[in-house]
Design a protein around this ligand. Structure first.
Ligand SMILES: *Cc1c(COP(=O)(O)O)cnc(C)c1O
Length: 398
């Protein structure tokens, strides 16, 4: 059992973590969302629900994912770097942890369909996988640009039986996909559930996704203690919407001496529109029904988010991260495209592990940190594997 669970910060009844989060929705939908929140709070402690979920996490996903001591990388940089191997999960990343939870929740609530958005297709594939397993129908909203860029994932979703719906509005990427998935859900909420892809959106979604991702931190803390007899000096994870990072942070929130670093994508630079570092460069604002640090232009319009890692390019960020930042419990730092790309090759060549471009941001920061802080124990959450990025990466270096 996780002894620091009591120290974890939960949102208040309206879904706020300090000033962040909440439910900025019309009244009808607010009622439905409060309903989901109540059902979820009951189900999350239900024995049958947890037995089924735990069985699947073990035998279907392959959990627990190991903590691996990256010996070669550690030696090279004069520090100890450990990797929490979420890349080894079924479907290749941490997203299956919450997708399965959300699909099981949908089934328990008697819903027939799962609606979700996807950017690079990772959340879409994980959701389509969980829907296939649970016998639910599945509509995935995806921007037209992303559909062209991410053909293998689109093909996978189709093979898994999902309907992939092309989103042609605005910039035709992730933000618009969320917009359209949301409006579809408004029409179908009686029979469908919206399975959001990260710890974002209106309450109770951040709380639900966080609950299912917290298994990363619970496992990692215990595994790290078993391996080293001590806790890490710091824990690092990349931050897009913030689900893999909150998942691993939660295992260590109560351990005051363990420093927590959220690594945001600096993309091509510091200018608004060139990055997706919402905590570092964002201002308080509202997107998709919740309040967070939000990338905005001078007129207060939501800015375009950019990162080499499509899974990170969301202009907002989970409310609990905004709160942890405000409290100073976690620090948010940045890594740019080039540094992430270098780390992608560095981990591949030193350890034989090809990381996702998203996860490469966390690896890059670990390397940067190690150069200035020798002989530390660093735990990096390796959120996913890089198979999906290979074609793209090879084009970058030509
Ligand atoms: C989607 C994704 C992310 C970013 O999402 P978070 O909610 O911030 O975790 C990070 N890594 C991988 C591999 C992803 O697929």
């Amino acid at each position: 059992m996780n002894t620091n669970l009591k120290l974890n910060i939960l949102p208040d009844k309206e879904g706020f973590f300090g000033n962040y989060g909440g439910q900025f929705l019309d009244e009808n939908l607010k009622k439905e969302f409060q309903n989901i929140a109540e059902e979820f709070l009951k189900i999350k402690d239900d024995k049958d629900f947890n037995d089924e979920l735990n069985y699947l996490l073990k035998n279907y996903v392959g959990r627990p994912s190991p903590v691996y001591f990256a010996k070669n990388l550690s030696k090279k940089y004069g520090t100890e770097i450990f990797l929490k191997r979420e890349d080894l999960n079924h479907t290749g990343a941490h997203k299956i942890n919450h997708s399965l939870g959300e699909a099981l929740l949908a089934k328990k609530l008697g819903k027939k369909k799962i609606i979700a958005e996807t950017g690079a297709g990772q959340h879409g594939v994980a959701t389509a996988t969980a829907a296939a397993l649970m016998g639910l129908s599945c509509d995935i909203y995806m921007g037209e640009i992303d559909i062209q860029k991410e053909k293998p994932n689109v093909d996978k979703m189709k093979i898994l039986g999902a309907n992939v719906i092309t989103v042609k509005s605005g910039k035709r990427t992730l933000k618009e996909a969320v917009d359209e998935a949301f409006s579809a859900y408004l029409k179908e909420y009686k029979t469908a559930i919206y399975a959001i892809g990260s710890v974002v959106g209106p309450h109770p979604f951040p709380m639900i996704v966080e609950h299912f991702q917290s298994i990363i931190g619970r496992e990692a803390r215990e595994q790290f203690l078993n391996l080293t007899n001590t806790l890490p000096d710091c824990v690092m994870a990349c931050v897009g919407g913030g689900s893999n990072s909150i998942g691993i942070f939660n295992g260590f929130l109560g351990d005051e001496n363990v420093k927590l670093y959220g690594v945001e994508p600096l993309g091509k630079g510091e200018k608004i529109g060139e990055n997706a570092a919402s905590i570092t460069y964002g201002k308080d604002g509202i997107i998709h029904g919740f309040k967070c640090k939000l990338l905005q232009d001078d007129n207060g319009n939501i800015a375009n988010a950019y990162s080499i890692a499509s899974g990170l390019d969301y202009p907002g960020v989970g409310p609990k991260h905004c709160y942890l930042n405000q409290l100073g419990r976690a620090k948010y730092v940045t890594v740019n495209d080039k540094e992430a790309l270098d780390a992608f090759f560095e981990l591949s060549k030193t350890e034989g592990i090809i990381p996702a471009l998203e996860s490469s941001h966390a690896v890059a920061y670990a390397i940067k940190y190690a150069k200035e802080n020798q002989n530390k124990k660093i735990l990096v959450n390796l959120s996913g594997r890089g198979d999906k990025d290979i074609d793209f990466v090879l084009k970058q270096i030509k």
